[in-house]
Design a protein around this ligand. Structure first.
Ligand code: FCB
Length: 464
């Protein structure tokens, strides 16, 4: 395993999925609060009202992170908690919460990684058109400025967006996630305005946070046709640019993938592409599995199909293909030439407390073991991977699946809020410890070799 002192092992979460306290201390509604209220949208009618009650229990959650031994924690800021109407007057209580969280992380020796947007847009801004309204780039920049002022003295790692491809495609194109819109124009507008907002926020953070280390977090994975049928192959070609390239390409190369260029062109104004393509410091990757795509009747004519029978799957049916992770890391390395942080990887499993009050989750351990090994292969082959964060610290609100899918290293009993480290949390703690020890051993061996060489050189010099 790579060095623990230079390599960062972490865990990730997001605001709406864990915080709860959704009507407390002045927080405004997000589009996910509204979406949860719509009948039939979320499994079992679940909501984010309480979630993991992390808003009140964050000291306990940080203690769990310490038990696991992580060096970093990636969380997201709830925009409607700090700006209930999305813009205008800030909510001091909301800002105080993140202040307290950051201070407690630093006191625990855990580096805070703050993501500005993990899908919970203030409903007040959605009422103005949300990501379809070009003005949102200014609102997002002001929001970034507020956080830079309030947290930038202690937080240096900022990500602008989490998985922009997912929340634009599912939220504005296919109508599967909040705000539930399915419209071609809306999708392309949203894509462009999110990119613009990214560039504007990068400028703000760069100017106002000393020693900032900035990036965006992309979900990237191979897209394969589910069958060899011509329509599935064609669907794959239509789907992949939305998924993999609609954000990284403009952000790094200042142009849209060719397949999308014409559709997005009407929304581009002079200077936009340069504004989007601001230099960043790293490439954030979320990766779970490859996609197997088939033709479908929706506005991009593509949807998710089944993987070939020989491909193993997780509890929620996601394919387990560690080699695709290795290949994705190498592909990103060659394409974007930036340090890579894996900011999400993990699996859902059907985890239950046993009679002894423990949670055995061998499937998660096997998944994480295979994927971290694949990462190591990519590093050996040259990919500059600098960190790996497990999704997720806690079982949480898994979007439209509600609380039915458990992704945590820590089991949460949602009736009592009791937390229990799963076997995988102990496994991860061991991995982190071993990586650190083997690094110390490697450093020592290197020092010994250098000392030996120096000694040999000195001896040669004397005998000369
Ligand atoms: C990712 C999301 C994250 C979580 C995991 C399972 O796409 O970023 O919030 O839902 O999937």
């Amino acid at each position: 395993m790579p060095a623990a002192d230079s390599f960062l092992w972490g865990v990730s979460t997001s605001s709406f999925q864990i915080e709860g306290a959704s009507h407390l201390d002045g927080r405004g509604d997000s589009i996910w609060d509204s979406y949860c209220r719509q009948q039939g949208r979320i499994k079992n009618g679940d909501t984010g009202d309480v979630a993991c009650d992390h808003y009140h229990r964050y000291p306990e959650d940080i203690a769990l992170m310490r038990d696991i031994g992580v060096g970093a924690y990636r969380f997201s800021i709830s925009w409607p908690r700090v700006l209930p109407r999305g813009r205008g007057a800030a909510n001091q209580a909301g800002l105080d919460f993140y202040d307290g969280l950051v201070d407690a992380l630093l006191a625990a020796g855990i580096e805070p990684w703050a993501c500005l947007y993990h899908w919970d847009l203030p409903q007040a801004l959605q009422d103005l058109g949300g990501w379809q309204n070009r003005d949102i780039a200014g609102w997002f920049a002001d929001y970034a400025a507020l956080l830079a002022r309030r947290l930038g003295d202690r937080v240096k790692r900022f990500a602008t967006f989490n998985e922009p491809c997912v929340f634009t495609l599912f939220g504005y194109g296919l109508g599967w996630n909040a705000p539930g819109i399915a419209d071609r124009g809306a999708l392309h507008q949203a894509i462009h305005h999110v990119n613009l907002s990214h560039g504007r926020a990068i400028d703000v953070l760069r100017q106002s946070v000393a020693n900032a280390s900035l990036g965006a977090i992309h979900n990237r994975q191979p897209c394969y046709p589910a069958t060899t049928r011509e329509e599935d192959v064609a669907a794959t070609w239509r789907f992949a640019p939305y998924w993999n390239d609609a954000f990284p390409y403009p952000q790094h190369f200042a142009h849209y993938p060719l397949e999308l260029a014409e559709a997005i062109e009407p929304y581009i104004k002079p200077g936009d592409m340069a504004q989007i393509a601001r230099p960043v410091d790293w490439f954030g990757l979320n990766h779970y599995s490859p996609h197997y795509i088939r033709a479908d009747v929706n506005l991009i004519g593509a949807g998710f199909g089944a993987p070939p029978v020989e491909v193993r799957r997780t509890a929620i049916g996601w394919p387990i293909v560690p080699d695709a992770f290795r290949d994705t890391l190498l592909d990103i390395h060659h394409r974007f030439r930036l340090p890579i942080y894996v900011l999400e990887n993990g699996t859902a499993a059907d985890d239950k407390l046993d009679e002894a009050g423990r949670v055995q989750d061998p499937a998660r351990i096997a998944y994480l073991d295979a994927y971290t090994r694949a990462m190591q292969e990519a590093i050996r082959a040259g990919a500059d991977v600098k960190g790996y964060f497990v999704w997720s610290l806690l079982d949480n609100f898994e979007w439209t699946s509600g609380y039915s899918q458990r992704f945590g290293l820590v089991h949460v009993d949602f009736a009592t809020q009791k937390r229990t480290l799963k076997a995988s949390a102990h496994w991860y703690a061991d991995l982190i410890r071993t990586a650190r020890t083997s690094r110390i051993a490697a450093d020592r061996a290197e020092r010994d070799t250098m000392t030996e060489r120096a000694g040999a050189a000195a001896a040669t010099a004397v005998s000369d």
